[in-house]
Write a protein that binds this ligand. Structure first.
Ligand code: IVH
Length: 690
């Protein structure tokens, strides 16, 4: 339990403000280890010493004292159990609808109860995925924050609620009594930062990090902390969605009016709430919100539809569990648990060894998932998932399925930590992980997976574009020993191929013609196809246009290469190193003998300079250009294509699934956001469409 961080000891910063910040961070960290994980890193006396030093500093520098400082914690000793709070009005749950039919059935039920009259207005809100709390203000002062508990009696978490910056301590213009309800949640960005911090701290301490599973559980766990400074270190947020008790407030007729009023008092109300008049519009909005599910910095797991008219709400009343005037339309779950049958390693086309989970198939995020990536050795280690574990699997939107973490309470007693295999599962050569690198690689140039990978890349649409040579054929030809490197494509034994099952005269002729045709692809495509480290489409095109012939590139020194615009020493070294290998030179010799284009076409650098000096940012997937291809097209016309939007951006081009942050930033800076059609016009004319 020795103190292991410089910030803890007296040897920290001498600047009082910095030292105060260091101490607060250290105290929050130790409090979390002690109270939350039952895993203290320092003795209690050392912890007390840190608190005392902080308290002395705050006394000497009152300007540095804050209400949320650990020294201000109510009661001093962090060992208060939560007191029960009886809710003035029960905190009810919501009934769920799992599809549109159930939503319509809810509407029909209300209509029956209202003797055929139908509710005329609905508030449609996000169903935020966090923890419900009730806040009580007396004369504008926050006096109580309580969890829902069993709906009737909750827990007093006032001390923790006070640390949430979205929740005002004081409300100017509030009535004598005001109780509001809402959701405490954790933003995705805060959750990520928090887990990154766990990794960094564990690394600094030479320990395995303990990662948190999802923002919801982390938010809930954070709010139910004995010690407020733990909560304060968690960056929680809050949205208020329901007025509960009010004494002496304005006369309100609708729920939406009440939200507006709460907003005017300075309480945070979610901006995506809409008031709509027909079920048709409600359904359309549900769909719209569903499509927005991954565009926000927080999670929501459904849409809440509420009858807006308070008199109609009162008429409908509630049953034992939930009000009849509201319903939660649940979106499909994106997380669920299943059994981790085994962890295997797959070898990628460039030799990267990626661990992945073999799962008992499970329906999540709208599809059945049987495998999920585990990214790399450190991720498996940080998550400490083991074969035999029950694990949480997540698939959000189009993102590839991921194993989030184990359910520890269900871990078999005999389970052991998983070890990364020593050898490549394909060629059985030793796997290599470079010092400081995250990835583990098979570095055997002759590994069949890599041979296939190199050929697939070479034949790909953005390289030599060889039709009829799909992954399956490459696999078969490599397995049959017909190809070992890309030059073998140009002396393929078509007679043996014709004898392979599934091949006929016509398919073989098609393939032969496609391979023949590829010989005339431009030099830039050939260079890209060779998969030289650091050389994507853009750099390949730059090499072709700068040196004009393959021979000159092969003979170029590191300095000549570094002089290419946009290249630096790293790229120059990588290119030089690749061409210095006698095997590479021999390969190029064979390709030249086969008659491939080894010189740049005159047109390689003659695109009209329509974008001279301007910046165009591209986001999302375009149909006619790959990511590098779009960039190359901009560069070829004299423009620049940085990865982020700034004041000097001429336009943001968006394809399918663009980055929300880029679009938001462009809108905030009033930079035109254009589609692919307008992009093509922009390339041609240098003009933005009106
Ligand atoms: S209204 C009487 N509105 O969903 C109505 N609840 O399943 C009370 N929730 O415990 C709830 N977003 O934690 C309401 N916009 C929203 C909500 C919401 C999330 C949660 C809340 C509640 C649970 C019910």
């Amino acid at each position: 339990m020795a103190s292991d961080s410089a910030t803890d000891s007296a040897s920290g910063s001498t600047d009082p403000a910095e030292r105060v910040a260091e101490l607060r961070a250290a105290i929050a960290r130790h409090a979390s280890a002690y109270y939350e994980r039952d895993d203290p890193e320092i003795p209690d006396a050392d912890y007390d010493q840190l608190l005392r030093e902080l308290s002395d500093l705050e006394e000497a520098h009152p300007e540095l004292a804050t209400g949320t400082s650990p020294t201000q914690r109510v009661g001093g000793a962090p060992n208060v159990a939560f007191s029960p709070v009886t809710h003035t009005l029960a905190m009810m749950s919501l009934h769920n609808a799992f599809d549109i039919d159930e939503l319509q059935a809810w509407y029909a039920r209300m209509q029956r109860r209202l003797d055929g009259r139908a509710p005329e207005r609905f508030a449609v809100e996000l169903k935020l995925d966090g923890l419900a709390i009730s806040l009580r203000y007396e004369d504008g002062i926050l006096v109580q924050g309580a969890t829902r508990g069993d709906g009737r009696v909750g827990e007093d978490v006032t001390h923790n609620v006070r640390t949430i910056s979205d929740i005002p301590e004081r409300i100017v213009g509030a009535p004598p009594v005001l109780e509001v309800r809402g959701e405490v949640y954790m933003k995705l960005s805060s959750f990520k930062a928090f887990n990154d911090l766990q990794i960094a701290e564990a690394q600094a301490a030479g320990k395995e990090p303990k990662l948190y599973v999802n923002p919801r559980n982390t938010a809930a766990g954070s709010l139910r902390q004995i010690s407020a400074e733990v909560t304060a270190g968690r960056d929680l947020s809050f949205f208020c969605y329901q007025l509960s008790v009010v004494e002496g407030g304005p006369e309100l007729h609708t729920h939406s009016e009440s939200l507006l009023w709460l907003k005017s008092l300075g309480l945070p109300v979610n901006e995506h709430t809409r008031t709509l008049t027909t079920m048709h519009d409600v359904e359309a909005r549900v769909e719209e919100l569903d499509n927005m599910r991954h565009d926000l910095d927080y999670e929501f797991d459904g849409v809440v539809v509420k009858v807006d008219d308070l008199a109609v709400q009162a008429e409908l009343g509630a049953d034992a569990k939930a009000p009849r005037w509201a319903i939660a339309y649940k979106l499909p779950p994106e997380e669920c648990t299943t059994r981790l049958l085994d962890i295997s390693v797959s070898i990628g086309p460039s030799g990267q060894a990626t661990p992945f989970a073999e799962l008992e198939p499970v329906f999540v995020g709208g599809v059945t998932v049987g495998t999920a990536t585990l990214h790399n050795e450190d991720q498996v280690s940080a998550k400490d998932v083991r074969p035999g574990d029950t694990v949480i699997v997540r698939r959000a939107g189009d993102v590839i399925p991921e194993v989030v973490g184990p359910v520890l309470s269900e871990r078999p007693a005999d389970s052991v930590r998983w070890q990364f295999p020593k050898d490549c599962p394909v060629c059985h050569h030793p796997l290599v992980r470079d010092e400081g690198a995250a990835a583990t690689n098979c570095v055997n140039f002759g590994c069949p997976r890599q041979i296939r990978g190199r050929i697939e890349h070479f034949a790909g649409r953005t390289a030599m574009d060889i039709e009829f040579l799909g992954e399956k054929n490459v696999d078969r030809f490599v397995s049959a020993g017909l190809i070992e490197d890309v030059s073998d494509l140009y002396r393929l034994d078509f007679d043996s191929i014709l004898e392979m099952p599934g091949f006929q005269e016509k398919s073989v002729n098609n393939l032969r013609a496609a391979i023949e045709h590829s010989k005339s692809r431009p030099l830039g495509n050939l260079i890209f196809g060779l998969r030289i480290p650091e050389v994507g489409q853009v750099n390949a095109a730059l090499l072709a246009s700068s040196f004009r012939t393959m021979e000159r590139i092969m003979d170029a020194g590191v300095e000549d290469l570094a002089a290419v615009e946009g290249f630096g020493p790293v790229i120059a070294e990588a290119v030089h190193g690749w061409f210095a290998d006698p095997r590479a030179r021999a390969l190029i010799g064979r390709l030249a003998d086969a008659g491939l284009t080894m010189e740049a076409e005159a047109s390689d650098s003659t695109a009209e300079q329509t974008l001279e000096g301007v910046s165009v940012v591209v986001s999302g997937t375009l149909t006619g250009y790959s990511r590098d291809g779009a960039k190359e097209a901009i560069l070829a016309r004299g423009g620049k294509s940085p990865t982020s939007v700034s004041k000097s951006t001429l336009a943001l081009v968006v394809g399918a699934d663009p980055g929300a942050s880029k679009v938001n930033k462009a809108e905030a800076l009033e930079i035109p956001v254009i589609d692919e059609e307008a992009f093509v016009e922009l390339l041609e004319t240098g003009e933005l469409p009106r």
